[in-house]
Unconditional design. Structure first.
Lengths: 253, 329
């Protein structure tokens, strides 16, 4: 546990001082700022069935695919390329402690990005909002949406860490993460949009499909519904990915 | 009851260590040991399996079969405990470029279980020992010269006062002044910790090490003290003789004192002087009397000198022999 704390502090410090993190943060905020701006624009033109914050959160997959791979790509790939991972493994710190420290540091950075995004609705509300009207920054939607991206982020960041363990090239790690996240989001989206309930021959798929409805999870979280199934999905997915990451590091070294 | 663990017979022990990559055998049946406090040179040509062996001993790579132990602890069965007794500096000494030397050493000290209250003291001590305090402590590692980077690697290895230090090519790429500094540093560790050091600079190894282990093509070909190996691998004594005598005359005189003596063809030097090489068995009493015999015979003699066999000669002789001969010895 002492090693884990030491490694986590080191990883957080490295992330804070890394130009890569600040570039990723700038890209994330520019992307989210743009999305939020256009959502506000749409709502100002005509009444919409959704609030600007809801519309922004529904496009969570855009920063997920564009920014998260940049955040996790260097975690192991760069250390393997430079050989510093071998040096780290000569200490009594376990591989699991190293993997978990890198994962948690990346997840906390990802969480910090999303928390920084919350400033946009807050600023908009402060400048344009009227007393009693919460449409510009509904706290419940904001809290629910944030909970969703943080909980689903456990699996997404863990996938990024796993992809980074598989190669010495940070660029290839980013590409692998992009493909994995795209696949996961596309499956989640497909499960939401396909009328599986009406296809009797796909009856066996109904139950697993209910688990994988990514956008449905977002709606549930934003609506204040706490369903344990997505929690189990994201946490077990994270544990599986990190377990594989530990095996990958031990196997390669 | 004492809390102090008994000192094992071997600080480092490799028993029938084998590593295979598919059909390629990197090392096979490697058995050797390093006693506590001993400095041992680990030698072999490029691709002999030195780095593979060191990586297995350090727990960063698993062997295919055999047993590796550090301070009596199996590296495969209890890697965390084995790593507590050991420090390993890999070849090329990979270091994070964006950390300052002092920050890096503090991080490593905490990861190596140095007591929280002792971290500052240990970091300062190793920086002093490795001459890093004045010129490098506050600098980014990425800005350091090769010599200082090697010093940082060695400082890291000494941080937690391990029982065993494994250094893979610690002097590679250094200038002669830096090599001297590293040599003195390693010499100062003798008696305090067991050191296994691989190097291509045989002169350095000879100066620093109590014992050498020589491998070739993944197999052990010789191990022991330099003097013992010299006797074992080079069972003859060579003399350089510069004289005006013919080969026949010289051979007659030499075989008179030692029937097994041989005289190799002379090489003309200047003004009619010839340089011969006379070879006697290493244990021959004629080694003591050859010079007197030649002088007593009235031979025109300008020079007679016994050749000194260094580690380089031992290394060449050892790497020429077969592994079976190495095992028998």
């Amino acid at each position: 546990m002492r090693h884990f704390r030491t490694l986590l502090a080191h990883e957080l410090r490295t992330a804070l001082l890394s130009g890569n993190t600040w570039a990723s943060a700038a890209l994330f905020l520019a992307l989210m700022g743009g999305i939020h701006f256009f959502a506000l624009l749409e709502c100002s033109r005509a009444p919409q069935p959704w609030t600007p914050v809801e519309a922004t959160f529904r496009l969570f997959w855009l920063p997920l695919l564009c920014v998260l791979p940049l955040l996790t790509m260097r975690s192991f790939a760069e250390e393997r390329r430079s050989g510093t991972l071998s040096a780290l493994l000569t200490t009594p710190a376990s591989t699991a402690a190293i993997v978990w420290a890198k994962f948690l540091a990346a997840w906390l950075t990802w969480a910090a990005f999303w928390c920084a995004f919350l400033l946009f609705p807050w600023i908009v509300n402060a400048r344009l909002g009227t007393a009693g009207d919460q449409r510009l920054s509904d706290p419940a939607t904001l809290f629910g949406g944030l909970c969703f991206v943080l909980v689903s982020g456990l699996l997404h960041v863990a996938l990024g860490i796993l992809c980074s363990c598989l190669t010495r090239s940070a660029a290839l790690a980013a590409l692998l993460t992009f493909i994995a996240l795209l696949g996961l989001t596309a499956i989640g989206g497909a499960m939401d949009s396909l009328p599986i309930e009406s296809w009797s021959w796909l009856g066996w798929l109904r139950e697993p499909a209910a688990h994988l409805r990514t956008f449905g999870h977002l709606q549930d979280f934003a609506g204040g519904i706490l369903d344990s199934r997505p929690l189990v999905l994201y946490i077990t997915g994270m544990m599986l990915s990190l377990g594989l990451a530990v095996l990958a590091v031990e196997g390669q070294e | 009851m004492s809390d102090v663990a008994p000192q094992p017979e071997a600080a480092v022990a490799a028993e029938r260590l084998t590593k295979r990559y598919g059909s390629l055998t990197a090392i096979e049946d490697l058995t050797f040991s390093v006693a506590p406090g001993e400095v041992v040179g680990f030698l072999g040509p490029n691709g002999a399996g030195k780095s593979t062996t060191m990586r297995i001993l350090s727990g960063t790579m698993a062997g295919t079969s055999g047993r590796a132990s550090i301070w009596g602890v199996s590296v495969a069965l209890n890697p965390a405990e084995a790593k507590r007794h050991m420090a390993y500096m890999p070849e090329n000494n990979p270091l994070p470029e964006d950390l300052r030397v002092e920050e890096y050493l503090r991080l490593r000290a905490r990861l190596k279980d140095v007591d929280a209250g002792q971290v500052d003291a240990r970091v300062n001590k190793v920086m002093e020992d490795c001459d890093l305090v004045r010129r490098a402590s506050g600098r980014l590692i990425g800005q350091l010269s090769k010599g200082f980077r090697q010093r940082v690697g060695i400082a890291d290895a000494l941080l937690a006062q391990p029982k065993v230090v494994i250094l893979d090519e610690p002097t590679i790429g250094l200038d002669p002044h830096q090599i001297l500094g590293i040599r003195d540093l390693i010499r100062s560790l003798r008696g305090q910790m067991a050191v296994l050091i691989s190097s291509h600079i045989l002169h350095e190894v000879e100066q620093v090490c109590d014992k050498v282990v020589i491998i070739n093509r993944g197999r052990l070909v010789a191990q022991g003290r330099t003097d013992d190996l010299r006797r074992e691998l080079l069972p003859h004594a060579g003399f350089t003789v510069v004289t005006k005598a013919s080969q026949t005359e010289l051979t007659a005189l030499c075989t008179a004192v030692e029937p097994a003596a041989t005289v190799e063809d002379g090489v003309a030097t200047d003004l009619g002087w010839l340089r011969y090489r006379v070879v006697l068995p290493a244990q021959s009493p004629a080694r003591e009397t050859l010079a007197a015999t030649l002088l007593g015979a009235g031979l025109p003699l300008r020079e007679i000198a016994e050749e000194r066999y260094g580690l380089e000669d031992i290394f060449l002789a050892a790497t020429r022999r077969t592994p079976a001969e190495g095992r028998r010895s």
